[in-house]
Unconditional design. Structure first.
Length: 199
């Protein structure tokens, strides 16, 4: 692929700080990571709903939804997973620059990919939320019956079965979704956002 060379960054007249002042709140990305079935999308959407209820500019970027559009050309090889996360990181950054609190729900199994996304944000804007749930519990839930298909060999490169998941070493927030209700998880995340003066 040929990279564009004759391009120059154009600074916006309205800045992120301007948007923060107008909105009355800060912006950040809540990067939910965890195994399939851990509850990432459910909790991310519950957080988004509560943010909306409180009048906070918000948006959800969901893994499956993004693969229907922006990333529909990508598969599940290691290379494609890395590119999937890189693109989402750039989109999330645009949302943060726009003054929104964006929640993302992606397995994002590789630590190096998540760290690469973290590096494009300013300090405190990337909030890694590890939705920690034992694989046994995820398999019991298996809302999309993906684990069963992977066990039968119908799905290849499935995270946790024949492709690795690298858990975060120092996430900003760890949610034990096997022990907490969705409401309790939302409260935990909101407490962090308030403590960091994002809300």
């Amino acid at each position: 692929m040929t990279k564009a060379t004759n391009i120059t960054w154009h600074a916006s007249t309205v800045t992120k700080s301007d948007r923060h002042r107008q909105n009355g709140h800060g912006s950040a990305v809540l990067w939910f990571t965890g195994l399939s079935g851990s509850g990432k999308s459910t909790i991310a959407n519950a957080v988004s709903s509560e943010l909306y209820r409180k009048g906070i500019n918000e948006y959800v970027l969901d893994g499956d939804n993004i693969r229907h559009g922006l990333n529909k050309d990508l598969g599940f090889s290691d290379h494609d997973r890395t590119e999937n996360i890189r693109r989402i990181g750039e989109v999330a950054k645009l949302f943060v620059d726009s003054g929104a609190v964006v929640t993302t729900a992606f397995i994002s199994p590789f630590r190096s990919d998540r760290d690469q996304v973290r590096a494009i944000f300013q300090e405190g804007e990337f909030i890694e939320v590890f939705v920690d749930c034992p694989i046994e519990e995820c398999e019991k839930r298996d809302p999309k019956k993906l684990y069963a298909k992977a066990r039968r060999g119908e799905i290849k490169d499935f995270t946790g079965i024949d492709s690795p998941y690298e858990a975060p070493e120092n996430p900003e927030i760890t949610v034990r979704s096997d022990l907490l209700t969705v409401e309790e998880a939302v409260k935990q995340i909101f407490s962090y956002l308030q403590e960091k003066d994002i809300l």
